[in-house]
Design a protein around this ligand. Sequence first.
Ligand code: OXD
Ligand code: MN
Length: 588
Amino acid sequence: MALTTNKHVLDWVQRCADLCKPDEVVWLTGDEAELEALRKEAVADGTLIKLNEEKLPGCYYHHSNPNDVARVEGRTFICCRNEADAGPTNNWMAPDEMKAKLRDIYKGSMIGRKMYVVPYSMSVMGSPFAKYGFELTDSIYVVLNMAIMTRMGKEVYDHLGDSPDFIKGLHSSADMDPDKRYIAHFPEENYIMTVNSAYGGNALQGKKCFALRIASNLGRAEGWLAEHMLILGIEKPNGEITYVCAAFPSACGKTNLAMLIPPEVYRKKGWKCWTVGDDIAWLRPGPDGRLWAVNPENGFFGVAPGTSMKSNPNALESTKKGTIFTNVVLKPDGTVWWEGMDKNPPTDAVDWKGNPWDPASGVKGAHPNSRFTAPAKNCPCISPKFDDPQGVPISAIIFGGRRAGTVPLVYQSKSWAHGVFVGSVMGSEKTAAAEGQVGELRRDPMAMLPFCGYHMADYWQHWLDMEKKIADPPKIFNVNWFRTDDKSNFLWPGFGENLRALEWVLGRCDGTADAVETPIGYVPKAEDICLEGLEDEVSPETLKELLRVDPAQWKGEVADIKAHYAKFGDKLPQELADCLAALEKWVG
Ligand code: OXD
Ligand code: MN
């Protein structure tokens, strides 16, 4: 039975049902009894495997279709009326053309299935940040993941009332044909259509589709920012908590930073870290002139391989209850394993494809992009402000990437506009885990390359314009944990030790830390970074090397930034061109 009298919702759901022809339309409430019945149904039809209730209470396992294991950037489209508005970094298709294509695929795709109506809110319901959406889907797996990743529930109808102000989303698993897989966004209609994939980043529409691609458009129109950023609270020994946001391309340790554990010497002094978000931040100017952030999500969709008690105990702990594991190794005792969890691969286990797995075979048991979908509340260091409808005030925005040379451990931009420049040119060198040549540099502005729902140069202009709306803006920094020596050894230990660089960031925010001004920005002097307890691993000479700004290396950087900017033609904001010109003048 429909749970609303909202005509806009009812008409649209009816139109989708007429097209997809499900046997039944199920209006979900998000109540626990209903979700439990869906879990049972999913176990009965083989979609989910119930895991060991004693060791992993409320946890389930899912094998995906082997052809459906990751985001598909080549099949992700921004369908705005003018191609020029999508910009050079997005795939574009005219809305009518995409809809005609999709109509053929959706037509009758739910015959013999149910269509679930999932009401959900991104961020706490009723918060000034909250945005409401519906995902219509034929996949119980998608429903149960959405129930973890978003605030799902019938309360959405009360908050929405009769308003047409909601994000529409249609999803069908159809027949999982990868050649007919589409992740389509219609920002002018607040509409998301995804088909032939059930993978999180494609099909859990609240995440990348809504909270980044559609929300980046909403933010531009309404004067806020939707960013691919973690949110971390850092508590000093005096109890004061400072919040920072950080954006990194993949494979740069974003989840580890979001759940950072301070080094022992810091812990003993009373430093603590609090996770507000691990992937997405919505940022709005507050009445106090500061920039305030919420994490619009309610769970973590984390990469499993490499997550261990050593690398990220908080992430691992988050997966101990109420979690859905996808494409990891399934152990005979109904628990899970993945490469990098520990050094004891299980015997008699089943690999991500569902086949018996021999760890000695040399073949990986878990897919490299296998995932856990875990409730954020499980995280031992979840911030007490996680559910605060007002969010948290942000003191620093941190950009970063994986760079073997050139970019120092940490530096501060000279101004907001210069910080936008720093974000617009950030990039990362490819690791063996990514497609392409190892070491090849991919520029990934603000880590938004696959997620900005409109022209990237307009997005930079929006960032520049935001300065006028924030009387007391966060300071903007860049970090690089990955600088190496000439034998390719990392110079910096990373992980919890990164707090040492963050301490300098906090010191710059409250005016207590010193720096030297260089042409790239403010860089700490070696003595400004605390090495207490780390003396055996990082010598003062190594730290100097980590902080070195070498004009010869920056000359190559400037040439590469020029090529990157050339893609944006005359849309490139003048302030960013000026920042590049200043660097060019320096390197000669
Ligand atoms: C993610 C991503 O899964 O950025 O968060 O791809
Ligand atoms: Mn992400």
